[in-house]
Write a protein that binds this ligand. Structure first.
Ligand SMILES: [Fe+2]
Length: 269
């Protein structure tokens, strides 16, 4: 990292197995003081950047800040989504359960390059609700050749009802090419079983036999969650986490304790 972002740092720590934690040099530093292009360069390199100790922005400021880097994905609620646990959730994003792996924008017209969360209210230690990011470029690189050959033939169709701000039908190859680096990525949204989730997501795999489809889905269920490929973030109040969306999948662990956590999310195309 260079220029103004670097000036404002007191500490940069590598996260495991990937990612970077940047702690602000002083209490007066705001996210707005970080040059967004420099921040996103760092995210492209590290895949996940956690900023800690920076003053958060209000939603309008956050949108204006992110818009300096590109178009902002707009939804029926606007640009900034409040992620909190609600009393009467229509969608699993707003209940206390887990959110299986997916990539953002699958059901939108445009897939964001990055998304940014800011944590208005964190979770006490041990409360669960960690955000988990899987580096699918590493999963692909280290997968056995015969499995990769199966993946290359696989197309996945997704179907979900629109119960929140997204929904519909989507068909996409299981593998894609990262638009910037050219690396092979896995684009996979894990199925949501109607017995467990408010808004089921049904998958159909084509291009391979039904037996191979079962094998591929069973394997992905464990392979994508291998800790060698996953960064898990426990939220503290004030954390800002920026994630590279094209190469990673992400999800959330279920809450096991307090559900007071409140995040705000914005997506940059
Ligand atoms: Fe997401």
């Amino acid at each position: 990292m260079t220029s103004r972002m670097h000036d404002s740092l007191s500490q940069t720590t590598e996260l495991r197995p990937f990612g970077q934690l940047v702690t602000a040099a002083g209490k007066q530093v705001s996210l707005a003081d970080v040059v967004i292009d420099t921040l996103l360069e760092a995210v492209s390199a590290a895949k996940v950047v956690v900023l800690r100790g920076y003053r958060l922005l209000d939603p309008a400021e956050l949108e204006a800040y992110c818009r300096m880097a590109g178009e902002i994905l707009q939804w029926n609620f606007g640009a900034v989504l409040d992620l909190d646990v609600r009393d009467d959730p229509q969608n699993y994003l707003f209940d206390a359960g887990d959110v299986p792996f997916h990539w953002d924008g699958a059901f939108a017209n445009k897939v964001p390059r990055f998304f940014l969360f800011q944590c208005v209210q964190g979770s006490p230690a041990g409360a669960g609700g960690e955000t988990v990011c899987c580096d699918t470029t590493a999963v692909y690189r280290e997968a056995p050749e015969e499995l990769r050959a199966l993946w290359h033939r696989t197309t996945v169709s997704y179907r979900t009802d629109k119960l929140a701000h997204y929904g519909g039908l989507l068909t996409a190859p299981l593998l894609s090419s990262h638009p910037t680096t050219g690396e092979t990525t896995i684009r996979y949204a894990e199925p949501l079983d109607p017995a467990r989730y408010r808004n089921p997501l049904f998958l159909t795999l084509d291009g391979i036999s039904p037996e191979e489809a079962v094998l591929v889905m069973d394997d992905l269920r464990t392979r994508l969650h291998d800790p060698r490929y996953c960064y898990s973030h426990s939220w503290q109040t004030g954390d800002i986490v920026v994630v590279e969306n094209h190469g990673l999948l992400h999800g959330r662990n279920g809450f096991t304790g307090s559900t007071e956590r409140h995040l705000q999310r914005i997506q940059i195309i």
